[in-house]
Design a protein around this ligand. Sequence first.
Ligand SMILES: *Cc1c(COP(=O)(O)O)cnc(C)c1O
Length: 404
Amino acid sequence: MNLNEIIALDKKYFMNTFGDRTPVAFSYGRGMYLYSTDGAGYLDFLGGIAVSSLGHSHPGLVDAISEQSRNMIHCSNLYYIENQALLAQEICMSSCADKVFFSNSGAEANEGAIKLARLYHRKKGSLDKYEIITLEDSFHGRTLATIAATGQPKYNLPFSPLTPKFKSVPMNDLGALEKAVDGNTCAIMLEPIQGESGVNPATYEYIKGVRDICDKNDILLIFDEVQCGMGRTGKLYGYMHYDVEPDIFTLAKALGGGFPIGALCAKDFVASAFEPGDHGSTFGGNPLACAAGLAVFRAYRDEKLVEKGAETGAYIFSLLDSLKEKHDVISDVRGSGLMIGMTFNKDIAVEVKARMFDRKILIGSVKKSIIRLLPPLVVKKEHADILIRELDSVLSGITGSKIQ
Ligand SMILES: *Cc1c(COP(=O)(O)O)cnc(C)c1O
């Protein structure tokens, strides 16, 4: 099918949740590039929104999925699953977690985290500790509980009445958090670096303070690392930037390199609240998804992708800082590793994204004035040079402020 035929079919049969999408359909990808149905190559600085960390069609991932699918795609959790046990081991050996449960998405991993936190207090006899405090501008998913957790009215107000006992407070404001905590507080759930609202990092002092508040009040600390985990920020997990350990954290997005899988990860003292029958999943932790996750960890190790991503990320930040010097329209460059946000002081983000698309480079925009870069961890300096060259030219074209 050509692009227009695909668009016509989509408009006729697919629910209009994504509106008018960027007018392209990709038929295959290789490394940092996606190729459209008409054969054009696009440099991918969005990585499927922090999913395709190995780049596209990584041979190790492709082989692992092909081989596993030839042997066995699905097997019920009524039986032991080798890949599931091995992937759980990978996560525990590389993090502060002692136990893992696999889901099929980020929202579903967060649902599990919320259930586990409530059950932990219930089984300790604290029946009134059920409220979860989250942050404003957060994003935790699209299910009914996770939209209630998401501190952005645009995601949850249309679906009220919301799942009760969630409230959100501003980020980097320990006073507001202290005020919100009471005898009903069960857990604080946050993204160490907020993704969907435009790459907003929590400060070091804030996260330290949050950990203290949790310890003093018998509150669980949950990190939603669905986006900032898996090497995205230059360390394998986002919490590693803060010298604290969460009691529970969740992963998804890059965990399967594009194959759907999420993980609920916890320390033993919390994880043990889940006893047989308390939680479950038909597809979660199936042999195929876990083969993908294992291939991701293998590639990270063999190709030193976290270290390389951190290095290229630092290079991109240095180039963006120079670009900021040159273009007054850039007001802020922030983030960590390969999780990068850039704010303009004019509402030009959508136009910048569109013009970059015309130049065959994929980036993301958030609201009207922020662009977001989440390239695969395999991105190289030569790709960054292309990105910056084109961004420079696009910004000069929009603002007419070319200063040489
Ligand atoms: C993407 C995202 C989710 C939701 O993940 P899904 O797989 O779409 O359910 C949750 N939390 C954060 C921080 C995310 O970035």
